[in-house]
Design a protein around this ligand. Sequence first.
Ligand SMILES: Nc1ncnc2c1ncn2[C@@H]1O[C@H](COP(=O)(O)OP(=O)(O)O)[C@@H](O)[C@H]1O
Ligand SMILES: [Mg+2]
Length: 356
Amino acid sequence: MAKTRLAVLFGGKSGEHEISCISATSVIKAVDKEKYDIITIGITKKGEWLLYEGPIENIENDTWEAKAKADLAADPEHFGITILGCGGKGLKDICDFVFPVLHGPNGEDGTVQGVLKLLDIPFAASGVLGCALTMDKIAAKDVFKSAGIKQVPYVALNSTEIGPEIEKKINDTLVYPLFIKPANMGSSVGISKVHDPSGLEAALKEAAKYDIRIVVEQGVNARELETAVMGNLEPVAGAVGEVLTEADFYDYEAKYHSSASRTVVPADLPKELSDEIRAEAIKAYLACNCSGFARVDFLVDKDSQEIYLNEINSIPGFTKISMFPMLFMATGLTYTEIVERIIELGYERYNAENQK
Ligand SMILES: Nc1ncnc2c1ncn2[C@@H]1O[C@H](COP(=O)(O)OP(=O)(O)O)[C@@H](O)[C@H]1O
Ligand SMILES: [Mg+2]
């Protein structure tokens, strides 16, 4: 049987470029080479798509760009992505399936997924709607609300509304500390924790640097618990894990540069609580029309044990020591089996959408 040509998309124009390169390397190393021919396509921090055919070590340490071979250009005339300098071949001519191992804006927000859908190429993880909904914290909250999923009280606004009126609404509705977030970012970029009204305006302006849509949330003194979900219309949840950080909150520094954060899998939790988290995660996953896989993050109030859904990450970190794979490895699957299942689910969704 001919091998499946599996294109792995990595890098990207987001703050999570480097983590994507490491995740992609893990995926590439894990897939069954008897079954798949791997095609590696890197996206630079400027957003250029480059076909890369060098050693994978250069992807892991993000030095691949200097050795990349050919540009891929969006070609409006033929409505496709063409490899420049390769005789006019399109992306669809060189691969059968795409695994976008991309995080953040222009990666897990529905944009790349829209391109792949237009090109009629099956791909891993959620489609346009699932990615777009879970990327935008305000849209996601609206969906969680209509699905009856518990979340912290919040106020959503546009950056043009920043001023005394919205500050009054926030101060009247929410109890400090507050978390001020750009709606579309990731990696905690642009997020501030504010302890009293004097810091509110500056925090709103900081968030507005990254997005015109801003969300203000009531802070919880919380444990950060996460679960992993895989599947399409009948998804299953993995174990529940915990992120422990000594920082004031899990900010960019704590996520990527500090040794003061660690993960515990499985989390030390009563079974009822972990079952509730897993059930809520599946409900939220389906409500947002996710498919393939996702990581679902919760805040659990340390005093009341109340569970609040925080966010869904439609393409979470995927290195061998990342939370997503670890949560399924804790249920007995191997990393390679997880990757294989995600590819299968991508094909299943593509076939269902195309009635094949
Ligand atoms: N409402 C909240 N209460 C307590 N901590 C919060 C709240 N919202 C966010 N945090 C803290 O900020 C971190 C980043 O927020 P999050 O919404 O997950 O943003 P990102 O999408 O950038 O990961 C969380 O991991 C948590 O530590
Ligand atoms: Mg988060």
